[in-house]
Design a protein around this ligand. Structure first.
Ligand SMILES: *[C@@H]1O[C@H](CO)[C@@H](O)[C@H](O)[C@H]1NC(C)=O
Ligand SMILES: *[C@@H]1O[C@H](CO)[C@@H](O)[C@H](O)[C@H]1NC(C)=O
Ligand SMILES: *[C@@H]1O[C@H](CO)[C@@H](O)[C@H](O)[C@H]1NC(C)=O
Length: 297
């Protein structure tokens, strides 16, 4: 009798620990196939911490190929490897992926199978920084929220590639080979929720046309921009941060009231060729003007 009570209590106790642990992860374990809890089918090249059953960690392993991805995985970490090829076959079981980190690999535009990313229906974050891409991959999944393509050799943006990305909030094209001709006039149309656009360290001479209307942060440092069109910021009523350090802006390239924008909080114009102070709005909190030709009185 005593033993029975003890055993019952013990089972309850163990069950309580298990379910508390599960709840505290914030994961919905219960739609995982029960086999997972027994087998864990983790590719030998990777690690699968039991506390994060949706994550597959395969970074810094010198991998030349994508390992087999179990179907339960949402978060895939493959950064800092030597992966060259991406094809649908490798990812055929990985239909639930939310985050894909492929930063610092050897992926070229030619080595991505046609429609490879387009076929992914749930991906929110796609990181492809520091690879050898020459164009923005197309098509892209319409579910995307962040697209990081910095440090590639991108000079081409296929027509309409961003037009279905209604939930994209961040587009990072830092340090590529983009020129004014890379952007079609309507390249950004459809990016209804884009807040951060980074085209710094490219080869632009002009401001990109048709900024997404919800842009908050615009980074264009280290280009060769000489002038800004009149009323350029009138179509971006939430613009708060503008970085144009290391460009070729002179007084004649800056229309009288172009920076007199009430939403603007932070304006960076260091390392340009300005001789006079631009007109700014009283709401501005930070203005950077060092390394210009402004004479102190
Ligand atoms: C997909 O899953 C099936 C069944 O578990 C397995 O046989 C196959 O090797 C997997 N494919 C890949 C590419 O991981
Ligand atoms: C955009 O996000 C909303 C809200 O999360 C979601 O309902 C919608 O399906 C998403 N759009 C796409 C194309 O995934
Ligand atoms: C800045 O713009 C405001 C309207 O937003 C205007 O009233 C003001 O005169 C402008 N400042 C200058 C110096 O032109």
């Amino acid at each position: 009798m005593d033993t029975h009570i003890f055993r019952g209590t013990l089972i309850l106790f163990v069950a309580t620990i298990f379910f508390t642990a599960v709840e505290s992860q914030g994961y919905d374990y219960f739609d995982l196939e029960p086999a997972y809890l027994l087998s864990n089918n983790c590719p030998k090249e990777c690690s699968c911490p039991p506390s994060f059953p949706r994550a597959l960690y395969c970074e810094n392993k010198g991998l030349k190929e994508v390992p087999p991805i179990p179907s339960r995985i949402w978060y895939l970490y493959l950064q800092n490897n030597e992966i060259e090829m991406l094809n649908e076959k490798q990812f055929s079981n990985a239909t639930q992926l939310r985050w894909i980190n492929l930063n610092k690999n050897k992926i070229t535009s030619q080595s991505i199978e046609k429609n490879f990313f387009g076929a992914m229906k749930n991906v929110l974050y796609l990181f492809l920084e520091d690879n050898d891409l020459e164009e923005v991959p197309a098509p892209l999944p319409s579910s995307l929220e962040q697209l990081r393509l910095a440090k590639n050799k991108i000079s081409k943006i296929p027509e309409g590639v961003f037009s279905n990305l209604e939930n994209l909030t961040l587009l990072d094209l830092y340090q590529n080979k983009l020129t004014d001709g890379s952007f079609q006039a309507d390249a950004f149309s459809g990016l209804k929720n884009l807040m951060q656009l980074n085209v710094a360290k490219n080869e632009l001479k002009k401001m990109p046309a048709g900024l997404p209307s919800n842009t908050v942060q615009l980074y264009l440092d280290k280009n060769n921009i000489e002038s800004i069109p009149d009323d350029y910021f009138n179509n971006v009523p939430r613009i708060s941060f503008i970085r144009l350090n290391y460009n070729k802006l002179s007084d004649k390239g800056i229309p009288a009231n172009v920076f007199n924008v009430t939403s603007l909080l932070d304006l960076q114009l260091s390392h340009n060729e300005l001789a006079t102070l631009p007109t700014v709005n009283g709401h501005l909190e930070r203005l950077y003007l060092d390394h210009n030709k402004i004479k102190s009185k």
